[in-house]
Design a protein around this ligand. Structure first.
Ligand SMILES: Cc1cc2nc3c(=O)[nH]c(=O)nc-3n(C[C@H](O)[C@H](O)[C@H](O)COP(=O)(O)OP(=O)(O)OC[C@H]3O[C@@H](n4cnc5c(N)ncnc54)[C@H](O)[C@@H]3O)c2cc1C
Length: 411
């Protein structure tokens, strides 16, 4: 809970202190803008997630100056393991790590505060303040109190739940792209056995996947995701509230022996928790006069793998860069919005690659094929590692030929 009173005005009000909002607020404060960061929860707070940090997250953490602090607390790993329906496995090399979000997000929010952003919690964004069509601040609520904060710019970094985006008329699609469920299991005996971030496809998990990610201290994050809301048989499209993810989780433990063993011999910590995902930079407007939306609110999570922490931070920093440029060069609304939206559009080829790769979730047998090919071709393995490390040019890969090379037998 913040002690200081919520200010009545500032240069930028950032709503949501997840990776996108904290990264944005830190950069804005570093750029000399009076920045207020609000969240509906007090920190540290939990966030339902797989907790996996892939290379784009590592790069963003370095830019935010918290890489060493994060890695001192995280469980490092050297591979993402892709495991196919027939049990074939390929370990894709990459700099990856796992850190529960309760710790990661607290590090990020503290870094924003150190840079000069003022954090105020628990304050929930209720609606934008408008002058004509332009956003000029926000109405916030907390424990029966209502307060208005006026700001030339508001950044919405409220994640996958759509309410704030709907209230701001930026939401194009209320339904999420997918949903996922995770739990923490304490099982020190499995530490030597599961060292990579394991992602598992199986025909009984059609339209989805399971994962086991090793956390620090003998803890594991285990979960399942459905890239689209389909029934387990994969035949019927469902509303999100009708999907029984617990059932999908049980199937995962049935078909994947290490998952079964992890649960059997370990101790589940707390409840299994589910949450929505918004992917592929899809389903939302990125801005309107006086307001930018960023992070998972605009779908900055990768389809296929459900990873989004890195891109949330990256898009948050892009929002800050556009606002700082606008402030320094006294740009109008249109120029600031165009600078931001152009920088988001530059990321689209990479999202398109992951969107196309998500056909593996719909046709799990493709995973067998890719794994078999990667095991037999150092070139394909290097290509997969290049995608993970973001050293390959996604432009080449998203072409029909590139996809065919990666995912289909070469004719
Ligand atoms: C089960 C699951 C597993 C996942 N696994 C991974 C993984 O292993 N690796 C990975 O990279 N990504 C993973 N993701 C995706 C990742 O969680 C998101 O991409 C990431 O959290 C997006 O960050 P964000 O800052 O945009 O939003 P969030 O992290 O959701 O943060 C949004 C913040 O806004 C606040 N907020 C929301 N509404 C309001 C409001 N009205 N007023 C005030 N505050 C508000 C929330 O309290 C929250 O703190 C997973 C997601 C799920 C659901």
């Amino acid at each position: 809970m913040s002690e200081a009173a919520l200010p009545e005005n500032c240069d930028v009000l950032v709503v949501g202190a997840g990776p996108a909002g904290s990264a944005c607020a830190q950069m804005l404060a570093r750029g000399g803008l009076r920045t207020v960061l609000v969240d509906q929860h007090d920190f540290p707070r939990d966030k339902t997630c797989g907790d996996g940090l892939i290379p784009d997250a590592h790069a963003a953490l370095r830019r935010l100056g918290v890489y060493d602090e994060v890695m001192a607390a995280a469980q490092p790993a050297q591979h993402v393991a892709c495991i196919g329906p027939r049990g074939g496995r390929v370990d894709v090399p990459g700099s990856v790590a796992v850190l529960p979000r309760k710790v990661l997000d607290h590090i990020l929010v503290r870094a924003a505060q150190r840079a000069g952003a003022a954090l105020h919690t628990p304050w929930r964004f209720d609606a934008p303040l408008l002058e004509g069509d332009r956003v000029v601040g926000a109405r916030l609520k907390s424990a029966g109190q209502v307060q208005e904060v006026r700001a030339p710019w508001v950044v919405l970094a409220t994640g996958a739940p759509p309410q704030a985006m709907i209230a701001s008329e930026l939401c194009q699609r209320r339904t999420p792209t997918g949903i996922a469920l995770r739990g923490y299991v304490h099982n020190p005996a499995m530490v030597g056995r599961i060292r990579a971030l394991e992602i598992v496809w199986h025909k009984r998990l059609k339209h989805g996947y399971g994962w086991i990610f090793p956390c620090p201290g003998g803890m594991f994050n285990i979960g399942v995701g459905l890239a689209d809301c389909f029934s387990l048989a994969g035949t019927q499209r469902l509303r999100m509230q009708d999907v029984n993810l617990r059932e999908v989780f049980d199937v995962f433990c049935e078909v994947y022996e290490p998952a079964r063993e992890l649960i059997r011999s370990g101790t589940l910590q707390g409840d299994l928790k589910g949450a929505p995902l918004r992917c592929s930079l899809d389903g939302a407007d990125y801005s309107r006069p006086g307001m930018l939306a960023t992070g998972e609110a605009i779908g900055s999570t990768y389809d296929f793998s459900g990873e989004g922490i890195g891109k949330a931070m990256q898009t948050g920093m892009l929002a800050a860069a556009a606002l700082i440029k606008g402030h320094e060069q006294k740009l109008g609304d249109g120029a600031v919005r165009e600078a931001y939206e152009a920088s988001i559009r530059e990321l689209q080829p990479r999202f398109e690659l992951y969107r196309k790769a998500s056909r593996v979730n719909a046709h799990p047998w493709l995973a067998d094929l890719v794994i078999w090919r990667a095991r037999n071709s150092p070139r394909i393995l290097r290509r997969m590692s290049g995608v993970l490390e973001e050293t390959s040019n996604p432009g080449n890969l998203v072409s029909a030929k590139g996809i065919a090379k990666l995912f289909l037998p070469i004719r």
